[in-house]
Write a protein of this length. Structure first.
Length: 134
């Protein structure tokens, strides 16, 4: 019984010494890490202070186009409808020099409907109607 107590006490002491050593190593690494971070922060602060460019307030005309700007007219200019022909399976249109039919895609728009004199295109919330010039 005494031998067992001595062995357990010795093992416990060794484990305690290993734990204390690892805590001290971790503490030293942590301190050096914190010191490195402080150095980097100081360098960044110095660079910011060196730059110190005066702030220029933006005027409304500097904003550029409004994100809610209606782009329908821009999209209309993307397409040129040059012809519509009726086939057995429906109408086909010539848009930008290519023959298309319903459900085809042209410049990101889907051809929704082709009639005898117009073509309807849609993309997301935008729709474009191309009318055949006579």
């Amino acid at each position: 019984m005494i031998k067992e107590k001595i062995i357990i006490t010795t093992i416990g002491s060794v484990i305690l010494m290993v734990l204390l050593e690892s805590v001290s190593i971790f503490s030293n690494q942590h301190d050096s890490f914190i010191h490195d971070l402080e150095d980097k922060n100081e360098r960044i602060d110095k660079k910011i202070n060196e730059i110190q460019s005066p702030l220029v307030p933006l005027q409304i005309h500097d904003w550029g186009e409004d994100i809610f700007y209606d782009r329908t007219d821009i999209y209309n200019s993307w397409f040129k409808l040059t012809g519509i022909t009726q086939f057995e399976d429906g109408y086909k249109a010539i848009i930008n020099g290519e023959i298309t039919h319903e459900h085809n895609r042209v410049r990101g728009f889907t051809v929704v409907e082709i009639n005898e004199d117009q073509v309807a295109l849609e993309r997301d919330q935008y729709s474009v109607t191309l009318k055949l010039e006579k």
